[in-house]
Design a protein around this ligand. Structure first.
Ligand SMILES: Nc1ncnc2c1ncn2[C@@H]1O[C@H](COP(=O)(O)OP(=O)(O)OP(=O)(O)O)[C@@H](O)[C@H]1O
Ligand SMILES: [Mg+2]
Length: 252
């Protein structure tokens, strides 16, 4: 299954979700590929310490038969990565002139279909050509949302864009509530409203605000290598379990 973690809003927990969900699936013995599609390369930092010869730019610009050359093993068992570098912003501009510009990531991933049970794509905080590629490739579009004022702003345009790109009315998306702080009633009110508007699409699992997750990010480690018994580790484990039960049809 290919999961694109996306939301044009910045700082909502996309990278934290991609990094830790990849680890959670890997912990269950599922061979997982993490694709870093963000020029900020935040998820790359958690799994990859050196400068790669090849990266996500080669992965999407080369022919699909060459895609495997930009895939690297990591120290984390069952997680491989397609690393990002700053070069990706230029590639995004270049892409606009290429044929099949919105399908290139999907074509590259199809070439690796036999090797991975799970693919997690960490998207940049914008609704541009890179995100279009992720949306096209995805079996499931996972939208992390932080309960705060304006939490759902941009959600409609994300879904409309996905419908247009995929020529589908029922785009498979789910909303993941992140950084939930149960102590603030203010947050709770927004959370309730969010659930009301998109009730059927909001995942039961929520990711609580957790200092361990924040510290793991600062240390550039997946939570399971940092604090395995933390709330954050439990939350991502529960998310992994819920997603595995969803039975989303895959075109991969
Ligand atoms: N559940 C959580 N509890 C506490 N802090 C969190 C949690 N999830 C993420 N954070 C922190 O919030 C910040 C933003 O998270 P993250 O980088 O995952 O968001 P993002 O959506 O990928 O951001 P960007 O749009 O810049 O790519 C980071 O400092 C991260 O450590
Ligand atoms: Mg990010």
């Amino acid at each position: 299954m290919i999961i694109a973690v996306t939301n044009a809003k910045g700082g909502v927990g996309k990278t934290t979700t991609a990094v830790n969900l990849a680890a959670a699936f890997a912990n269950r013995g599922k061979k997982t590929l993490l694709v870093d599609l963000d020029p900020q390369a935040h998820s790359t930092r958690c799994y990859f310490r050196s400068d790669p010869d090849r990266d996500i730019c080669d992965f999407i610009m080369d022919r699909p038969s060459q895609a495997h050359r930009a895939v690297y093993p990591t120290d984390y068992s069952n997680v491989d990565i397609v690393p990002a570098t700053e070069r990706l912003s230029e590639t995004a501009e270049l892409l606009s002139t290429r044929i099949r510009r919105e399908e290139r990531l999907h074509r590259a991933l199809v070439a690796l279909a036999d090797e991975y049970k799970m693919v997690l794509i960490d998207c940049p905080p914008s609704l541009g050509i890179l995100t279009y590629n992720a949306i096209n490739a995805a079996d499931l579009i996972l939208v992390p949302v932080q309960p705060a004022v304006g939490a759902v702003v941009g959600l409609e345009s994300l879904i409309e864009t996905a419908q247009e790109l995929r020529d589908e009315d029922n785009v498979p998306y789910r909303i993941l509530v992140t950084m939930l702080d149960l102590r603030t009633t203010y947050t709770n009110a927004i959370f309730e409203q969010l659930i009301e508007e998109h009730r059927r699409r909001v995942l039961k699992t929520v990711i609580h605000k957790s200092e361990a997750l924040n510290q793991a990010n600062l240390a550039a480690k997946p939570i399971y290598s940092f604090s395995r018994s933390s709330r954050g580790a439990e939350d991502y484990d529960a998310l992994c379990e819920e997603l595995a039960r969803l039975r989303i049809p895959t075109h991969y």
